[in-house]
Ligand binder design. Sequence first.
Ligand code: ADQ
Length: 459
Amino acid sequence: MNRLIVISNRVMLPSLNNKESAGGLGVAIEESLKRNGGVWFGWSGEISNDKKIEPEVLKNDNVTYVTLKLSPENYENFYNGYSNASLWPLLHYRLDLVEYSKKKYSGYQRVNSIFSDLISPFLLKEDIIWVQDYHFILLARELRKKKCTNKMGFFLHVPWPSKEVLMTLPDHKEIVESLLDYDVIGFQTKSYVLSFLDYIIREMNGTIDSDGFVFAKGKKVKVQHFPISIDTEKFIELSKNAVGSAHVNRLVESLGKSNLIIGVDRLDYSKGIINRFKAYENLLEKYPEHKRNSTLMQIAPISRGDVWQYKELRQELETEAGHINGLYSDFDWTPIRYLNRGFNRKILAGFFRRSQIGLVTPFRDGMNLVAKEYVAAQDPSNPGVLILSQFAGAAEELDGAIIVNPYDIEAITEAINISLKMSSEEKLHRWIRMIEQINEFDIHKWSKNCIKAIESITV
Ligand code: ADQ
């Protein structure tokens, strides 16, 4: 078995005591590394003013963890800049929020190059390289410049946009050409694969064959969709164990007879939280029978708090939640509970299980694992309803959900109303279709399939 080299923005260090709070992705990567042996590279999450920044290297059994601090300039231009203020909004179709400058792009190139310098000395000839996400699109190109001939795969966790949207990025050509230096490019959904192929054919005069290979710029690359998933078995277990726990009991008590509608997201403009609030306000106005017998709980810990777009979003959501609560609250009932804090996975699983509706309405989302976690957490004897945006990657798989257009506030309102009135039979019927899907395709299958695809490339 070949050793595995993983590069991702953040690394899950073995010192993380409470593995229960770790996400499925980190656990699956760690598991693959332990199976194959290998090295995991990433940013330490820290900023350093040192002139020469040395990596921190940690060994645990057959896995080595290598993390690097970023200089303030690289943090600003690579992380806050090109990654999160240029690529992230662009890949999520928020062209109005894209901030672009050559300086940011240079920072992005520089950090990709720094990481290639960091990785090179660790590489053995047969190692397989697996790069995660939009922070490191240029990494294969940088490594190839250093004569690296290892098999390399890339997986994009976020959406790949249509050609028209992508081409608003001044560096779109270089970005796509760099991707062609990988041997395998993985996307979350078929639809992102199609958008990528459309660009290859129409912008690069490339061709494709029936085995999913792309031929362009003298390169041959396998392009495939690998829908990411969750550790289904583990999440089911967590949700069962959460029954009767202190947090869940307190939640149930505080709700009284109210139906719980739950939203759980990182506080991000791509998640469509604002339209969720507006749809709920609409519901209380249009269907007053849901006043007092429903509560929307939105859990949204602050993320990327340094970036101005995120600061504005916070203000907007606080204003909207305050407005709705001011208008509809009673002395013993509050319609929206808006919490800017995270909870560990066991508590979340318990909250999901106790809620009648999972409201997952991103404007765009690569996959959205919350949707899958919500399904896994349900009590088979009384499952809740998932309301899911048609623009979440998960909508390609979870056809038992009520699928909505997240821009259509009235459609979300109607979906909530229908869900609150849905029969137990229909809820069960819808849920079974979804749980079967995520039982069969879990995160372990995802990581194995990704690695197998890279391994089986013949170079
Ligand atoms: P994210 O944008 O972070 O991930 P998502 O897939 O919904 O979005 O969540 C990832 C994990 O974070 C899940 O396990 C979830 O439970 C956890 N999480 C989210 N909100 C939380 C909260 N409020 N409190 C605690 N935990 C929370 C990116 C892409 C997604 C893609 C994933 C994985 O944007 O589209 O599904 O990567 O590829």
